[in-house]
Design a protein around this ligand. Structure first.
Ligand code: NAG
Ligand code: NAG
Ligand code: NAG
Ligand code: NAG
Length: 495
């Protein structure tokens, strides 16, 4: 998921100079984003945040500037609710500009809107360009991020004379997981959560390691079985070439910048190709988007047309990957190690500093041991076991993952004593079945969005929206209005 998005997002953005060169240390830098006319006018600000919430005597003895975006254009000052987006693994502007539903809802319900950037992402680097060294990176944990949000909410409410204003948190993907956790850990601060496409179960090691790529495959099979068969056939041909070590042929078939020269390079190529399908499945929206790179409308359908219409399977596979990696048409060759980074998240970590942060999280608390096997899915067998993860992570970050921690700390599937959480999922989204699909009580509500991809419901309304997402948003709006009312009563009773 990243810079795009996500969770696991994989991003296709190259290193950004502003990120590479560290963060300007001005305390408050208001900036209007030069967005389109209908885009919300956020002001960009920085919050002086505690580096280490849980140790008064450590390397984290100090503060850093945490970025957030705010707009009060719809707020009923002093009484309207606060809608707070718990930022995930990337630049917060990307989430703010791709979650238009939250501002649409704010206009209906008179809410203040805040998008907070997750520590270690975007320009919220606690130690500037040194943030990814050891031990500094150690302050990158889910718990620290949640504490950041809780502290920020309490402080901003005070500054804005909003003490009696209910707070509802929103998030998509890993951001949706954080919204759930906020409601579990800080019900004193947060009245309810909309968790869109939040795979809280699979990332806590609850589930089937084959589920993710099986569900990616199902999207392509859903267009037509010939489509997934063509993908299988193309990967089979690639495998035969690799077995014969026909490396220069592989280079020309896939327009690679350099010929592969080892099994590792072939694995990298397979990973890069598989990742293109993953991204198209996640971002299979009915209109074109610019969230994680540029995606055409209905990318899975476009991919299947490409897989089935070209001269031969290998060319078709290359052109299908080009939908993701060559969306500008400006790519002269595929650079295997520049376009895709293998990491502790088999669905991709993206590129740039954000990919380091996500890799570290996937090496510590967030468990993403997903495999493809060419039986329950259409991809080459690529396993990623707990053992593989452990080896990789100890080498890369000198850490040993704790696969059981997340489910102890954030309740796993034993959620029945929680309340006021919406778990929304689209049935096209390969993350959906890693999340909560059935309502658990009258205030732990699962919503299915038929024909919906990764957190479609958080996006702004669009005329191409399926009816299912229109009614999902309606239901979400009603539940949130109820929670705001309940929470208002609670806050007014609290002295
Ligand atoms: C914490 O900060 C204070 C004041 O800047 C400094 O004197 C002290 O050495 C720091 N402690 C640690 C453990 O870094
Ligand atoms: C990228 O797209 C352009 C335009 O379609 C095409 O000419 C070029 O060959 C593509 N590059 C690769 C590496 O496939
Ligand atoms: C997938 O399995 C089939 C049937 O066993 C085999 O022929 C094919 O080569 C496999 N494909 C890959 C990429 O391993
Ligand atoms: C959503 O869809 C899943 C998978 O089809 C199903 O198991 C579940 O019961 C549905 N949940 C709701 C709330 O309709």
């Amino acid at each position: 998921m990243r810079r795009v998005v996500s969770l696991f997002a994989v991003t296709v953005t190259l290193f950004r100079a502003d990120v590479l060169h560290g963060v300007p240390f001005t305390h408050v830098t208001p900036r209007k984003h030069p967005g389109g006319q209908n885009e919300p006018q956020f002001e960009e600000k920085f919050f002086s945040q505690t580096r280490d919430h849980f140790n008064f005597n450590s390397v984290g003895n100090g503060t850093f500037n945490q970025r957030y975006l705010i707009t009060d254009e719809h707020w009923t000052k002093g009484s309207g609710p606060v809608f707070f987006y718990t930022g995930n693994e990337g630049d917060i502007w990307d989430f703010a500009l791709n979650s238009g539903f939250i501002t649409e809802l704010a206009a209906q319900q008179g809410a203040l809107v805040i998008f907070a950037e997750h520590r270690y992402y975007g320009s919220s680097l606690p130690f500037g360009k040194d943030s990814f060294g050891v031990p500094q990176v150690g302050l990158l944990t889910v718990e620290q991020a949640l504490a950041d949000y809780a502290v920020m909410i309490v402080d901003l409410k005070q500054q804005l004379a909003a003490a009696d204003c209910p707070v509802i948190v929103f998030g998509g993907s890993y951001g949706g997981m954080l919204s759930v956790y906020m409601r579990l850990k800080y019900p004193n601060v947060v009245g309810g959560a909309l968790a869109a496409s939040a795979p809280i179960l699979s990332t806590a090691g609850l589930g089937d390691s084959r589920q993710f790529f099986r569900d990616v495959t199902a999207d392509f099979e859903g267009v037509s079985p010939e489509c997934s068969d063509a993908v299988r056939g193309a990967f089979h041909q690639l495998r035969e070439l690799a077995e014969r070590q026909a490396y220069s042929r592989i280079q020309s078939e896939f327009a690679l910048c350099k010929p592969p020269s080892s099994a590792r390079d072939v694995r990298q190529l397979n990973g890069l190709l598989r990742n293109a399908f993953t991204l198209m499945a996640m971002l299979d929206y009915p209109y074109s988007t610019h969230f994680w790179g540029n995606m055409p409308a209905d990318p899975v359908k476009v991919a299947c047309e490409t897989m089935l219409s070209g001269p031969d399977l290998l060319t078709n596979l290359r052109d299908t990957a080009g939908i993701v990696y060559n969306s500008t048409g400006a790519l002269s060759c595929f650079d295997l190690y520049l376009l895709y980074v293998e990491c502790a998240d088999p669905t991709g970590c993206g590129l740039g500093f954000d990919s380091l942060a996500w890799d570290y999280q996937a090496c510590t608390e967030i468990d993403l041991c997903y495999e493809s096997n060419n039986v329950t899915d259409m991809f080459p067998p690529m396993s990623f076991t707990e053992k593989d993860r452990e080896l990789y992570c100890s080498k890369r970050w000198a850490v040993v993952p704790r696969p059981d921690w997340l489910k102890v700390q954030f309740w796993g599937d034993a959620l029945s004593t929680a309340s006021n959480i919406i778990f929304s999922n689209g049935d096209l989204d390969p993350w959906a079945n890693g999340g909560v699909r059935k309502s658990l009580s009258s205030s732990l509500i699962a919503i299915n969005i038929s024909g919906g991809a990764h957190h479609l419901d958080l996006r702004a309304s669009n005329e191409a929206d399926p009816e299912s997402v229109v009614s999902a948003r309606k239901m979400e709006a009603e539940l949130i209005a109820q929670w705001v009312k309940m929470e208002k009563t609670r806050l007014q009773k609290t002295p």
